[in-house]
Ligand binder design. Structure first.
Ligand SMILES: C[S@@+](CC[C@H](N)C(=O)[O-])C[C@H]1O[C@@H](n2cnc3c(N)ncnc32)[C@H](O)[C@@H]1O
Length: 303
């Protein structure tokens, strides 16, 4: 039987616009490369998120003795929140085992840490069953919410809400619209770290599914879609080529210039956030904005 990864790769590369799901960017190497991206001078997003959390974590209501984080990554930015809540029980949820290991190391001493290697909703279902009635704060930082297509986003947030109780809270980070040059530089840095992060997805297919992608036959491409308000990352084929992926029992051809779409990062306007909260069963309680790198941290209450 084929793995979920093999089935998803097969399905994604069979579409007219070939695609590979962004969650597969984060194997051990991908997670390490993402951490490197957060240090790039061009990628202001993580620093903006971090500035807001350091400044406003003390304003988060103290009642939450249980914290779950969707896609925690290394958890570096989360320390001020855990410290402000005086060491709650903390459930980082991530598909990347390497990220969870780093997170436990990074946040040692700030909370009782219970890592969950799972997808967002499966992980949150587990938290719901183990919270022992404690008030719950869910974190969804780094504008990862922007990786969802608009029509899937509300449904996903409603699914998050359905695993929470009235009075629980969700703290969500939103990267805001900003000049296109800033965005393109953030997703196509001159040192090539984002390119390596993107190309590693093909490397992962080779390693785990016995594929024969020639990584040098692709180049990283970041484009801005002004109608969709999103940055798209693609892998652009430098030539006509055929690729075989043995463990997915699959082969496909790519024409020169044809792309594989690997990730979208939607950028938001401040005023679209409160209606998004309401549509998913929350009330937006507070918004904190960083003006240096326009970014919003929005605190929602489950209504
Ligand atoms: C863009 S990174 C953000 C990491 C961190 N929250 C931050 O703000 O820097 C997304 C994280 O979510 C994880 N992830 C991606 N898709 C996921 C999914 N479907 N379920 C659980 N974790 C996922 C990745 O492994 C990665 O650590």
């Amino acid at each position: 039987m084929q793995s979920e990864f093999a089935c998803d790769v097969r399905a994604g590369l069979s579409k007219p616009q070939k695609e590979l799901h962004s969650k597969y960017l984060y194997d051990d190497l991908g997670s390490a490369l993402f951490d490197a991206i957060t240090l790039l001078p061009e990628y202001g997003l993580t620093r903006a998120d971090e500035r807001l959390l350091i400044r406003y974590a003390p304003a988060i209501p103290r009642e939450f003795s249980c914290v779950a984080e969707l896609g925690s990554g290394s958890g570096r930015k989360t320390r001020p929140v855990l410290e402000a809540l005086r060491g709650p029980r903390y459930f980082p949820i991530d598909v990347s085992c390497a990220a969870l290991d780093r997170c436990q190391h990074e946040l040692a001493g700030a909370a009782e840490i219970v890592p969950i290697e799972a997808s967002y909703l499966d992980g949150l279902t587990h938290v719901a069953a183990h919270r022992n009635g404690d008030p719950l704060l869910v974190l969804f930082l780094g504008s990862t919410v922007g990786n969802f297509e608009p029509r899937c986003r509300t449904e996903f947030l409603a699914q998050v809400r359905s695993r929470m109780r009235t009075g629980d809270a969700l703290l969500v980070g939103f990267d805001l619209l900003k000049p296109v040059e800033m965005l393109l530089a953030a997703y196509d840095d001159p040192a090539g770290v984002t390119a390596a992060f993107n190309l590693n997805l093909l490397g992962r297919v080779n390693r785990e599914l016995d594929g024969n992608f020639d990584l040098r036959a692709f180049c990283h491409e970041a484009r801005f879609d002004p109608n969709g308000h999103r940055i798209e990352m693609h892998l652009n084929s430098r030539c006509d080529q055929t690729v075989k992926i043995r463990r997915a029992d699959f082969s496909c051809t790519l024409r020169e210039g044809e792309t594989i779409w690997t990730e979208s990062s939607h950028k938001f306007a401040e005023d679209e956030i409160p209606p998004m909260a309401r549509a998913a069963g929350f009330e937006c309680e507070t918004q904190w904005i960083d003006r240096e790198w326009p970014f919003c941290e929005s605190l929602w209450r489950a209504s």
